[in-house]
Design a protein around this ligand. Sequence first.
Ligand code: SF4
Ligand code: SF4
Length: 374
Amino acid sequence: MRKKQYRLDRTHLNSLLKLLEQEGYQTYGPVRGEHAMEWAPVGDVESLPEGWTAVQGKAHYRLEHRGDHSLFNYSAGPESLKKFLHPPRVRLLKAERTNGAFHILEDKPVMVKRAFLGVKPCDVAAVAALDRVLLNDRYPDDVYQANRAGLFLIAVHCTECAETCFCASSKSGPQARTGFDIALHERPSGSSPEYFAESGSAAGAAVLEKTGAPAAPSEWARELADACALAAGAQQRHVDFAAAPAVVERNFDSPRWDDIARRCLACGNCTQACPTCFCVNFEEHSSLDRMTAERHRVWDSCFTQNFTYIHGGSVRLSTKSRYRHWLGHKLARWQQQFGSPGCVGCGRCITWCPAGIDITAEFESLKAGVPAVI
Ligand code: SF4
Ligand code: SF4
């Protein structure tokens, strides 16, 4: 049966947020931070960055006013949903010495209901990629599981992409196809954009119906598909994911890796900004009075020397070997390991690399056998 499609205005969007709040969700949306779009709790659409966009390029991100009334016309910002689902720091346990005895207090993850309005299609796909690793593999992660259980996603299709986007290559955008509860298409309409809404889950269908929004005109679905196809066609960056495993394999000894290593600072920014990088380390702290100790799980990066430390030293000592590992995992080996790419084409690693290293350009050079410039 064809899903019901709705025509929403701002009042309906506000009702949607209120209905979700009544169902116990903390409602989040994109807001204009000092220098970038950020996720923050929002109670109404008046808190969203009306008329603002983000211009992105290699090592470049600037907020600019568009002079219109759009609420969602910008590509993925520095923050993804990873920080909510797989937080940067989690206390796993606390040990206490009381009355001469030693007690372990284990922190059990608690489910939090969070609804996100304005999730980009690449970030919806990134949640699916994290699900595959942290939820649906042999050893589900209980912290991720608890955060994921309470997640409600309101995606917004992208009809304008940043210069850094390549989600059309990874088939994760610009139109969201699956993995959301509700998907919206923002349609410019003078001072008050309208929204074409479809549900992707039973929960999404139920809450949409409660907004009282009228049915959408039948031609809006076609107009959405056309607008997204146009946006996909305008993307300037591409990765041939089908060829990636063979390209990475045959270029293991390419001098191109040395060339990248001369530019790469091994800062790990790309891994922290990446919505699918999930590697962690563990830290133990004790109080100076030796009465308490805590174990924390923290984000790590395969660009740090200690990441591959085992007895006797680190496996990947050079920046060259770490970049090669990272690019190979994101574009190729993740496909072999999990059946789909570990990259959703969001472009964050290009925008937020201080050295302006572009994973798509490096991959293209490897694929084409372009000689290294060293
Ligand atoms: S590798 Fe880069 S483009 Fe791909 S998902 Fe990660 S940050 Fe986004
Ligand atoms: S590729 Fe860029 S962001 Fe990643 S570690 Fe190297 S310098 Fe840092």
